[in-house]
Ligand binder design. Sequence first.
Ligand code: NDP
Ligand code: 8X3
Length: 260
Amino acid sequence: MKRTKTDLKNKWVVITGASSGFGRAAAVAFGSAGAQLMLGARRLDRLRETARLATEAGAASVCPHYLDVSSTPSVEEFGNALIEKTQEVQVLVNNAGGALGVDTVLEGKDEDWETMFQTNVLGLLRVSRKVIPLMFKTEGALVINVGSIAGRVAYEGGSAYCGAKAAELQISKALRLELCGSPVRVTSLDPGMAETDFPLVRCKGDEKKAKEVYRGLEPLRAEDIAETMLWLAERPAHVCVDELVIKPTAQAAPHKVFRQ
Ligand code: NDP
Ligand code: 8X3
């Protein structure tokens, strides 16, 4: 049996939410492995900057393309643009998403709930439906679904986000079963606190509140997550890491954070 690392050189890697945070760092990491990249997000200026960084890192080719995962026509259009470039995808990173607000259930806003489920849950399903058919011929293909520790342990003010990421974990488990017998591996990658635009988006642009999230502790960096994604994708084809939880050393659980 072959025990060689999966080589990503010239292979196609699709990353959603590539305009910032984990998605941008993942584009750079997979770029440094010589992959070809299809990058999606709504903010095209930022997406093009990611493309520039990934090219600089060594990507074989980079295609930044508008994508709104909350819209089926947009996902279809993105997928069709991908199909024009390739019929064979090695890695799909379902990363687009995030949280909106820290309201309790009793204070919750419909638009926040709807956005969280549209992106983290339905978006992931839509993109998976479109892209996974391009992975069946690829030895060592991998779907990385970005979940969260919030999908495993609930906290006050996190109901909809925790619910959405719990759905992500269950979808990953179902997908793993459905794809068993094909070459496609599935991983739910579930990080804890990581320094990205995540809290700024969650706090709706309130920089002071967003900064407070990381006060007195060393959070994960986007690069820590990207490195982990690359490691997952490079495992030999017969190795599937079903679930991976990764947290800052100072965070033992969502509620158990040590601050200096
Ligand atoms: P960022 O806010 O930095 O990145 C979020 C990305 O998602 C952006 O590129 C954004 O692009 C994209 N996105 C949001 N909505 C849509 C949409 N409708 N269509 C397409 N893209 C969209 O945060 P992170 O990098 O931290 O977040 C990435 C993932 O990691 C999310 O799923 C988040 O829930 C998860 N996560 C984050 C943790 C953290 O502490 N940072 C911990 C655990 C999980 P654009 O706005 O340009 O469309
Ligand atoms: C983000 C991690 O702990 O803020 O998914 O919910 S947490």
